[in-house]
Design a protein around this ligand. Structure first.
Ligand code: CP
Ligand code: NVA
Length: 311
């Protein structure tokens, strides 16, 4: 069982881990993926239980954590706000005390980062951020793993982010500081990056562009996300108008390097933030990106539960 007498390590923001931690996780993800692809059983987490708390909808995150935990020999329990006491005002601190006494690791998808921080401060077991309004660290863990699989090291490369400066964008910006790459961000006026909210140490690793075509010029990777994130639905109509010129289409992709990749965390809205010809085109690696959530998070679960093992 987990050693519950020592302070647990959490993954609440991307920069909670060092570059060296990530290099280790990528090596493990590669090995774990190879086992999975060759139908080899690998059960290091027998008797371990993951509790997954969802206060927002999910397909990929739920599936990759639940399937991943089962494939590692453990089990996963799904809780949501609708049919647990979490939606009826039980304090997050109390929920953390109780849930962490009955499980070995917890994954949470919620609204403000402050909620997951309070949960983690009261948890006896590791807590993983499965998306908050501010961050989506598991997504970028899988995305950088995917970039490396296709193109090798991301250090010194240029990532173009076109669209909303949301949770996924903030996490790319943190990752740029950890790995030493650059992000060219282009958002409509009024939707610019808020460095403090993004949890950045400085502004050395990103540059803002008013013109999305200029942001994409010469990029190694072009990426975007929905114009309206979960929790911001009331702004949908206004955002549809404001983001019109920030669609990643074929013309925009032509500004990037000829071998540039396209990524999107999904779910996507073809005809809004991305044109069908791009997401369904040859430069798109969105399906690898989605699949790699599984392999990368299995490495993360193993790391947080049993520490480093020899690859
Ligand atoms: N990309 C991602 O986190 O997808 P879900 O919302 O389906 O979990
Ligand atoms: N930015 C999106 C990501 C969904 C995976 C959202 O928060 O809704």
């Amino acid at each position: 069982m987990a050693n519950r007498s020592i302070a647990p390590r959490h993954f609440l923001q991307f920069n909670d881990f060092s570059r060296e931690d990530f290099e280790y996780l990528f090596a493990r993800a590669r090995w774990i993926k190879a086992q999975f692809k060759s139908y080899k059983q690998y059960w290091p987490l027998v008797d371990r239980t993951l509790v997954m708390i969802f206060e927002k909808a999910s397909t990929r995150t739920r599936l990759s954590f639940e399937a991943g935990m089962q494939q590692l020999g453990g089990s996963a329990i799904y809780l949501n706000t609708r049919d647990s006491q979490l939606g009826r005002g039980e304090p997050v601190e109390d929920a953390a005390q109780v849930i962490s006494r009955m499980s070995d690791i917890v994954m949470i998808r919620t609204f403000e980062q402050e909620i997951i921080d309070r949960f983690a401060a009261n948890s006896r077991v590791p807590v993983i951020n499965g998306l908050t309004n501010e961050y989506h660290p598991c997504q970028i863990l899988a995305d950088i793993y995917t970039y490396i699989e296709h193109r090798g090291s991301i250090e010194g490369r240029t990532v173009a982010w076109v669209g909303d400066s949301n949770n996924v964008c903030n996490t790319w910006l943190q990752a740029a500081e950890v790995f030493g790459f650059n992000v060219h961000v282009s958002t409509p006026p009024g939707y610019e990056v808020e460095p403090e909210r993004a949890g950045l140490y400085g502004t050395d690793h990103y540059e803002e562009f008013t013109d999305p075509m200029a942001a994409v010029r010469g990029a190694d990777l072009v990426t975007t996300d929905v114009w309206t994130s979960m929790g911001f639905e009331a702004e949908n109509e206004e955002r549809l108008r404001d983001f019109q010129d920030w669609q990643v289409d074929a013309e925009m992709m032509r500004e990037a390097k000829p071998d540039a990749l396209f990524m999107h965390c999904l779910p996507a809205h073809r005809g809004e933030e991305v044109a069908a010809e791009v997401i369904d085109g040859l430069q798109s690696v969105v399906w690898d990106e989605a699949e790699n959530r599984l392999h990368a998070q299995k490495a993360l679960l193993e790391y947080l539960l049993i520490g480093r093992v020899n690859t």
